[in-house]
Design a protein around this ligand. Structure first.
Ligand SMILES: Cc1ncc(COP(=O)(O)O)c(C=O)c1O
Length: 365
């Protein structure tokens, strides 16, 4: 099958770009002595999580319990659930999951939830590995640095929870546009987390993991010796929100990873001068990061704009596209756009070489 035979809108993954991204991030982690446990919240695809593991990753991160369930159903192991959960329904599901995948870890920030999980595990006579979720400034979850010691001490007394370390995800720093500002904010925040990690390591046996990072700070985080593993997500697909931030080698852009993810869209109406209508609108492209970019990225004559739920408008300066022509778009925010589709089509040049189900799609519980 050729790329142009695909029904649109649909998601493409450029096989060569993907391979480069997998290799580059794995090499970076390995060369710096860190483990890579990539975040599956980005791609929501167990096949891709397995490719990351084949490339050297030690497992996968899941944002939600249902993502972990789907990964484990697909035989992915080494899961870290990075987000908080609450309520007995979820705790029962967690315990069921641990029976199948006992190495599943959870980041915790609430003493009452920890105690409820501990009790549920005690009843079943099983234990689990947990991390202290540290709030390093995002304030979405995690315990404050000043209260982390007390929290860790309390968790360590819960007989069915094995405290293995700490998570410190600085989500608020990932997209800081200036590389120098991102670097100094990261080093300042992470040095505090690292100091706490050293203290907790001395205080608690088995406290050996410090999991951190996103695509925007990973290179900076690599210089922090205490960090043992990174939980990057977007690098594998990329999007314009990341492509537009500054990087170490280029203040105006971030070209370290390839934009492997593209959305293929077709011109369905062309009755006006200056623009055509394509078949990808709000239901195919998540809007929060702005409009997608028409490939090739440097073309300034083709500009996408929103045209309702089902459609977009691509304006042109020179040659009028015709009905049936296709365009590849780089999406602005990869995670929520991927969550709108059932499959990735793997492409190599103009050929479609594989199709991977986005089997974690809609797993938001
Ligand atoms: C807890 C957590 N860890 C890691 C990541 C991965 O970050 P990125 O996609 O920027 O690499 C995210 C992304 O939102 C996240 O929420």
């Amino acid at each position: 099958m050729k790329k142009n035979d695909l029904q649109t809108p649909c998601l493409l993954l450029d096989a060569e770009g993907l391979e480069k991204n997998l290799r580059k991030m794995q090499n970076l982690a390995t060369n710096c002595g860190k483990d890579l446990r990539p975040h599956a919240k980005t791609h929501k695809c167990s096949t891709l999580a397995k490719r990351q593991i084949q490339s050297g990753a030690i497992g996968a991160c899941a944002a939600k319990l249902s993502e972990a369930e789907a990964l484990i159903r697909a035989d992915v192991r080494g899961i870290l659930i990075t987000g908080p959960l609450a309520g007995m329904g979820k705790i029962t599901r967690l315990v069921n999951l641990l029976r199948i995948a006992p190495d599943t870890m959870l980041a915790l920030d609430n003493r009452e939830t920890a105690s409820q999980i501990n009790t549920a595990l005690h009843v079943e006579n099983i234990s689990m590995d947990v991390l202290v979720d540290l709030d390093v400034g995002l304030h979405r979850s995690g315990v404050d640095v000043a209260r982390a010691m007390e929290f860790a001490d309390a968790i360590s007394k819960m007989g069915n929870l094995r405290m293995r370390g700490m998570q410190a995800y600085a989500g608020h720093l990932q997209h800081i546009s200036s590389y120098q500002e991102r670097k100094s904010a990261t080093l300042s925040i992470m040095s505090e987390a690292a100091a706490l990690f050293r203290q907790l390591k001395l205080r608690h046996d088995g406290f050996s993991i410090l999991s951190s990072s996103g695509t925007g700070t990973v290179e900076i985080d690599m210089a922090i010796p205490e960090i043992t593993e990174v939980q990057v997500g977007s690098y594998v697909c990329m999007d314009t929100e990341y492509l537009d931030i500054g990087s170490a080698g280029n203040p105006g852009g971030f070209q370290d990873y390839e934009p492997a993810l593209r959305l293929l869209t077709t011109v369905v109406s062309a009755n006006h001068q200056g623009f055509v209508t394509v078949d990808a609108g709000l239901k195919a492209l998540y809007r929060d990061g702005g409009a997608p970019r028409v490939m090739p990225p440097k073309s300034d004559s083709l500009v996408y704009d929103w045209f309702g739920d089902e459609y977009g408008r691509i304006s042109y300066a020179n040659v009028a596209p015709r009905v049936g022509d296709t365009f590849e778009l780089i999406v602005s925010h990869c995670d929520p756009t991927i969550n709108l589709f059932d499959h990735f089509f793997l492409t190599s040049g103009n050929k479609v070489v594989d199709q991977w189900p986005i089997d974690l799609r809609g797993c938001c519980q």
